[in-house]
Design a protein around this ligand. Structure first.
Ligand code: PMV
Length: 322
């Protein structure tokens, strides 16, 4: 085989934001917007990349040059992922990579993680290596840490396994939570967030107020455990109430924002079971859990408050060869 196309889903963090970095569990769902990656083996030892969604056009260098010198931001995960793959599975010749995403890299849906996972999977298929999901996770996680320096890796788990996942970093627990789908409304704030810098701010706050921050993180961990059970029982009112409590903790940690607060407040007022930010905070998206009767009203309320509705379905399949 000379060419393969692979796709992996984006994700939304349901509960457990930030606390996951400190060893507490988290709940994440994959979404039905996917990143597609086509990989083609080349006879010459060249690396070529076309990733228009992250402004990479006609990138071409020798295989020897990947990961060296000045690396374009949009190419960093792919270049590092390829290096990490080759450390375990060297191959001759080169490769051309083309990516195309169904979702904007601005949303915080995890496009970098979906591209790392797709790349490693595609390379394994092309050179005939049988990678299991755990090894796929491990190479992907190393790549994430090499480039970003920090991160729990939950988005990699969502991209690999799909569905709703109960996760403990770094892939210590990756457990599928049985639920058909979650009725979520997603509101984008229009603000792109640098996850690593918000994670570092929480770490900084923790050095100043360790006891306070640790108490908050522990609370989040407890909410996640309770919600895992409640999701399986479809007790949406309870899940929603703990989403609200999780949001309160994130506000106390200082990672919400006036725009997020406005969208979350509007969603609750319009009858959502619960609403919270999703991810690092400060921007990106908020999520609201709703009944089917309230979906329209909640969507309109978020729009009126200045949010952009991103239509998604939860529980998409994990990485697949197309
Ligand atoms: O901003 P996102 O969607 O990449 O999520 C970040 C979630 C954090 O818990 C804050 C960090 C992490 O790596 O888990």
């Amino acid at each position: 085989m000379n060419t393969v196309t692979v796709s992996a889903p984006g994700k939304l963090l349901l509960l457990g934001d930030h606390a996951v970095v400190y060893g507490y569990p988290l709940l994440v769902t994959s979404v039905n917007q996917r990143l597609h990656l086509k990989a083609t083996l080349l006879n010459d030892a060249l690396f070529q990349l076309e990733a228009p969604d992250v402004n990479v056009h006609n990138l071409s260098k020798t295989m020897h040059e990947i990961g060296r010198g000045e690396i374009i931001k949009g190419a960093s995960y792919i270049e590092r992922g390829l290096i990490n793959f080759m450390l375990k599975y060297p191959f001759k010749g080169g490769v051309k990579i083309e990516t195309q995403s169904e979702f904007s890299s601005q949303f915080g849906f995890g496009s970098s993680s979906a591209s790392i996972v797709s790349l490693i999977k595609a390379m394994a298929v092309l050179i005939g290596v049988n990678l299991d999901n755990k090894e796929l996770f491990d190479i992907s996680y190393k790549t994430l840490i090499d480039v970003a320096g920090i991160g729990s890796g939950f988005d990699l788990a969502a991209a690999i396994y799909g569905g709703v996942i109960f996760y403990i970093t770094p892939g210590k627990v990756i457990e599928s939570v049985k639920v058909e789908s979650l009725s979520l409304v997603v509101g984008y704030t229009g603000v792109k967030v640098n996850t690593a810098s918000v994670v570092r701010e929480v770490a900084e706050l923790r050095t100043q107020k360790k006891e306070f921050v640790d108490t908050q993180l522990k609370l989040i961990g407890e909410y996640v455990q309770s919600v895992k059970q409640a999701i399986m029982k479809k007790d949406w009112a309870f899940v929603g109430s703990l989403m609200n409590k999780n949001q309160e903790v994130l506000e106390r940690l200082g990672v919400s924002s006036p725009k997020l607060d406005a969208l979350i407040g509007a969603a609750r007022k319009a009858g959502a079971y619960g609403a919270k930010l999703s991810g690092a905070g400060r921007g990106d998206c908020m999520i609201a859990l709703v009944s089917s009767e309230k979906k329209q009203l909640v969507s309109e309320a978020i729009t009126s408050a200045g949010g952009q509705i991103i239509p998604i379905e939860t529980n998409a399949a994990g990485v697949v060869v197309e």
